[in-house]
Ligand binder design. Sequence first.
Ligand code: PNS
Length: 161
Amino acid sequence: MRRAVCPGSFDPITNGHLDIIERASKLYDVVHVAVLINKNKQGMFTVEERIELIRETTAHLGNIEIETHLGLLVDFCRERGIPAIIKGLRAVSDFDYELQMAQMNHGLTGVETLFVPTSPTYSFLSSSLVKEVASYGGDVSHLLPEGVNRRLVARIAERNA
Ligand code: PNS
């Protein structure tokens, strides 16, 4: 089985994430989507909610395994025999930090990182920007899977109530 991982915070999953996961799912037998926990960041969605949104959004793909992980990505990969990390590159601005992480991860365990150029439609897209725009009432429905947009709008309304 050829395995790869798409890691991230996924708070929440966007159409940009989905594009990368879909493309990875055509290249590998099994794609692990790893929701990494950042103890220093309070998310908009709980990890369980993020996993549920990813599950709904990737239901049409037959080879996705969704898990959460607290700790190093290289340990997640080592424990599951995953030799490749797939990352979307949106713009040159992503490259600097992504290259550092890729080199660090390779130095730690030999795991490879493969960069997939993001679709130009999503080159400006991030979960943080989507949350910011939505929190001020902006329409981000074209940037999110339908169910994710619905849940985001509801979460913001709950918070403002
Ligand atoms: O969606 P994000 O927040 O841009 O994803 C970043 C993520 C979670 C992939 C990255 O921070 C990560 O790999 N975190 C796990 C902890 C780790 O392995 N840190 C060392 C990186 S060299």
